[in-house]
Design a protein around this ligand. Sequence first.
Ligand code: FE
Length: 216
Amino acid sequence: MDEVLRQLTYGLHVIGALDGKRPTGCIVNTVIQVTSSPQQVVLSINHKNFTSDCIKKLGLFSVSILSEGAIGDLIRRFGFSSGKDVNKFDGITFANTASGLPVLETGVCGWLECRVKSTTDLGSHALLVAEITGAKKLNSVNPMTYTYYHRVIKGGAPPNAPTFVEKPVISNKSGKHHICPLCGYEYDGSHGDFESLPENWSCPICGAAKATFEIE
Ligand code: FE
């Protein structure tokens, strides 16, 4: 069933929220427009995400729509660390919506500002229906689809993602598979044998150390 579900298409987005005055955020693939009048989206977000707590308090979130040109640092920063522990917007350029929500303007196609209208508890995740209160189009570049992320960047889904699967479904040519235990990235041999990579080499998606890679 996992392989069938992986045929559903998604984008990849940085969800922005406010922890008091501090900006925070995380990466989510499940944002879709559900009505045009009024313009509304739904967002599915894991209760364990710190960003989720912040959205519940304020009832506002932003969606920065990642482009294919988004760099690995953005995915690592927002997808594989917690806003509880680190200030994810530290050291990067970002803008603010009219309501003060953080949004990215580099590596993205555009952003939305959204106000939560209703919340449904899905168990592991909350499903938020939200009205769009602001938007900005930035670049005429391709948005990063989930398929592009998996096939070209060879990224995986963290355990908090609604589409997480236990084992990544990635085709491989031959030999051993070297798989990141954190994000599911599989080393593709583009820099030579895995064994010959320097010891300080780390996962290009999430930054996990070489020594933690699983061999299958
Ligand atoms: Fe990784």
